[in-house]
Write a protein that binds this ligand. Structure first.
Ligand SMILES: Nc1nc2c(ncn2[C@@H]2O[C@H](COP(=O)(O)OP(=O)(O)OP(=O)(O)O)[C@@H](O)[C@H]2O)c(=O)[nH]1
Ligand SMILES: [Mg+2]
Length: 380
């Protein structure tokens, strides 16, 4: 190998010198800036020192370390372009891996945000049910049934909520309005605690049945405990043009019913009874005994706590068959007790009353609507 050192004013001049003397196949082994000799050299542009080599007689003994970094012939260019290619490819692979990692991280995070753990979803709805005054036992029962029913693949929040709603809807059953008159006449009796809205509800139904239902209606009241009670019903009956009979003793019931034998429907109002007073309840029992095949509505205010509702239901346990009628829904912020009581008694729901206005503030219980409110889907 022939190695030569060249000094020039700049790199271009040095290259030309190398090319002229050693030819196109020369290899630049080294190049650097050097100071010009003498004190004045400090103040002048530096010179370029270039060391070049050329193989002689076909030998190829160039230092491989220098070969990669300094060769400027075509071979070197090709090899360095291969390295560039490899580096580019490695860069692409690196980028690809990074993208994949980012995507994987994204999937993981999105999982934790969009699909909360199933237990969290159940806990959320359990709490919503409790906030809506659903009894703890009832809420646990509903959730354990729904948990068993749900297939894992469908177990997202919406599906859980819908399954709970369907279960509540199922428990609430279908509401039972005043039955269709089949054999001649129907006697409807309203019983329940004091001040829950028995008389007002009776007036609402009397108006609906006589005006909308085109039925002939008679009203009997056994509530003679309060002077105002009879007056209250008298006022309604006069406005509605419906006759009223007052019974002071259970035995008088037979005559009062006889008096209304031409009517399609007879509505019987009873005095509000303290469910803790056995004597008072006995009077209700006696009264009902004097009515053949009554259709009985147990009137409960929706504002009553579940513990008291259970006591009321217990106290009226002597009545074999009755329908649940909830009043004052407008004064109550939750609907859970309707569900609790329905499950506790196994009796059918009937009407809900939603205000003091006669006859407007009454509607047939709507299980879909109640279920939707209980799962927190709607407020009204
Ligand atoms: N906010 C609201 N008040 C109602 C509703 N139903 C009845 N009331 C009111 O509740 C009060 C008592 O109603 P009544 O119909 O006299 O109740 P009751 O059960 O017959 O009472 P007693 O005969 O004394 O046992 C009255 O002021 C009614 O206007 C209702 O759905 N919502
Ligand atoms: Mg009354």
């Amino acid at each position: 190998m022939k190695v030569k050192r060249y000094i020039a004013n700049d790199a271009q001049e040095a290259m030309l010198k190398v090319k002229a003397e050693l030819g196109n196949n020369a290899v630049i082994l080294h190049s650097r800036k050097i100071r010009r000799p003498g004190v004045l050299g400090f103040f002048k542009k530096p010179l370029i020192e270039m060391v070049a080599a050329i193989e002689e007689n076909g030998e190829k003994k160039v230092n491989p370390l220098l070969e990669n970094s300094h060769r400027t012939n075509w071979q070197g260019v090709l090899e360095s372009s291969k390295i560039d290619q490899l580096q580019n490819q490695m860069g692409s692979i690196h980028e690809l891996l990074n993208n994949m990692l980012t995507k994987m991280e994204h999937i993981d995070t999105s999982k934790s945000f969009q699909a909360p753990k199933k237990d969290e979803v159940y806990e959320k709805y359990y709490n919503i049910l409790l906030q809506n005054d659903v009894d703890t036992g009832v809420a646990e029962k509903i959730l354990s049934i729904v948990k068993k029913q749900m297939s894992f693949s469908k177990e997202n929040e919406e599906a859980v909520k819908n399954a709970i709603k369907i279960k509540i809807r199922e428990y609430l059953g279908y509401p039972s309005p005043v039955e269709e008159i089949r054999d001649g006449q129907k006697v409807i009796v309203f019983i329940g605690p004091t001040g829950v809205g028995k008389t007002t509800t009776l007036a609402k139904l009397a108006a609906k049945l006589s005006i909308n239902g085109m039925k002939s209606v008679g009203v009997i009241t056994s509530d003679t405990y309060r002077i105002a009670a009879v007056e209250q019903l008298k006022t309604y009956s006069e406005i509605l043009g419906i006759p009223l009979k007052v019974v002071y003793e259970p035995q008088e019931m037979k005559d009062a019913l006889e008096n209304f034998k031409e009517k399609d429907i007879i509505l019987v109002d009873t005095a509000g009874r303290n469910h803790k007073n056995g004597e008072q309840l006995e009077e209700v029992k006696q009264l009902i005994r004097h009515i053949p095949n009554p259709e009985t509505f147990l009137v409960i205010s929706a504002t009553t706590g579940y513990k008291d509702i259970k006591n009321i239901v217990h106290a009226y346990g002597f009545i074999k068959d009755y329908k649940l009628l909830f009043t004052k829904l407008d004064e109550c912020s939750t609907k859970g007790n309707i569900l609790n009581t329905k499950i506790f008694t196994g009796k059918n729901l009937s009407y809900l009353t939603t205000g003091q206005s006669v006859p407007d503030d009454i509607e047939l219980a709507n299980p879909e609507k109640i279920a939707s409110i209980i799962v927190g889907e709607s407020n009204e």
